[in-house]
Design a protein around this ligand. Structure first.
Ligand SMILES: Nc1ncnc2c1ncn2[C@@H]1O[C@H](COP(=O)(O)OP(=O)(O)O)[C@@H](O)[C@H]1O
Ligand SMILES: [Mg+2]
Length: 339
């Protein structure tokens, strides 16, 4: 059975098309990832699938229910963990869960056992009677995830579940969500702009940019699709991307033989080639002949970042910039809600 199916799903905000004709099929039990930079349309897609936003056009089913015509049934089938923190700090972890269990009409006789089960799964039992304001960032996320699962949803939406957490805590959260997918057999739709997260957790990934899916496959296939190793050449003083000098150097690199692609982003040139290590000396010669200085060279197997660059010609934004933009957006949203 398909857990989620979308056909030409589209959302416009005035002139901006935030989600642009997305066709997607996610099977029951899959751990599916939406990987894309900030502003790609990830949250908007999740908002439509969770019936918070109405599509402008196109359609979608979640657990077989139409997201416009059968909203109640969709809502009963899903759990959502939002990007913005949404727990009440002045309640204990347990109280937060109980409050939401009542909101979601979890039957009284199962509420206690379900709460206990989820606290154990998320390893929060010891802290369940403490106020949420004493929790660390990672503990809060775990409680929010537990809360999204109280009513035994078939599908769980996780919108950037590790945004703003430190690397160690992020990995810990990965462990818990991976476990959930296996233990509770929940179909997962996770959004992220961290490629390592998508790579670690997801069976399949859709790379989304400007509201469109540009590639969709397993992480392994996406990376294999690059067809070789990646050589990264960092330039000391990169000439402008449209200068004759760099255009000529690019062409010379493309003509080296075995080079599958050449891309220039900011101060780095990336070459994709089979047996990459043997291509480093001739590539350096080409750049020297073109009077372009190289600061460093590295060779690695393709990552999802390389796949993203191949399809979009851009980098996934780095963490610091991404977080800054996210904060600016959150502030704007906050203002929108107040007025
Ligand atoms: N309520 C809204 N009104 C107007 N524009 C919006 C609204 N929500 C999102 N957008 C815009 O739609 C685009 C996609 O946003 P979003 O789905 O939040 O991206 P992501 O979650 O991938 O960062 C962005 O350009 C964003 O500014
Ligand atoms: Mg988002």
């Amino acid at each position: 059975m398909n857990a989620i199916e979308t056909i030409k799903l589209t959302k416009k905000f005035d002139k901006l098309t935030a989600v642009d004709g997305v066709d997607l099929t996610i099977e029951e039990g899959e751990f599916f990832g939406f990987l894309g930079p900030n502003g790609a349309g990830k949250t908007t897609t999740i908002s439509m699938l969770s019936t918070i936003l109405r599509p402008t056009s196109g359609s979608a089913n979640v657990w077989g229910y139409d997201i416009v015509k059968e909203q109640d049934k969709v809502r009963k089938s899903i759990g959502v963990v939002f990007q913005e923190p949404s727990v009440d700090d002045d309640l204990t972890g347990m109280e937060n869960l109980e409050f939401h269990a009542r909101l979601y009409k979890v039957p009284k006789d199962t509420m206690a056992s379900r709460t206990k089960e989820l606290l154990e799964l998320m390893e929060l039992t010891d802290r369940s009677k403490d106020l949420m304001k004493t929790y660390s960032g990672g503990m809060r996320r775990r409680l929010e995830i537990a809360r999204g699962l109280l009513h035994h949803p078939k599908v769980l939406f996780l919108d950037e579940p590790t945004l703003g957490l430190d690397p160690q805590t992020r990995r810990l959260i990965w462990k818990y969500i991976d476990k959930l997918n296996k233990v509770e057999n929940v179909t997962m739709l996770l959004t992220t702009h961290y490629m390592d997260e998508a790579d670690y957790l997801c069976n399949r990934i859709a790379i989304i940019d400007n509201g469109k899916i540009v590639a969709c496959d397993t992480p392994a296939n996406l990376k294999d699709g690059m067809g070789g190793d990646i050589i990264t050449l960092t330039l000391s003083t990169p000439p402008p991307a449209n200068s004759e000098k760099i255009k000529k150097a690019k062409k010379d690199l493309e003509n080296l033989g075995r080079v599958l692609s050449v891309s220039l982003v900011k101060d780095t040139i990336k070459l994709t080639a089979s047996k990459g290590e043997t291509l480093i000396p001739p590539a350096l010669n080409v750049l020297r002949d073109n009077k372009i200085d190289v600061r460093s060279v590295s060779l690695h197997e393709p990552t999802l970042e390389d796949v993203f660059i191949k399809f979009t010609g851009r980098k996934l934004r780095d963490e610091v910039e991404g977080n800054k933009q996210h904060m600016v957006k959150a502030m704007k949203q906050h203002r929108r809600f107040r007025h």
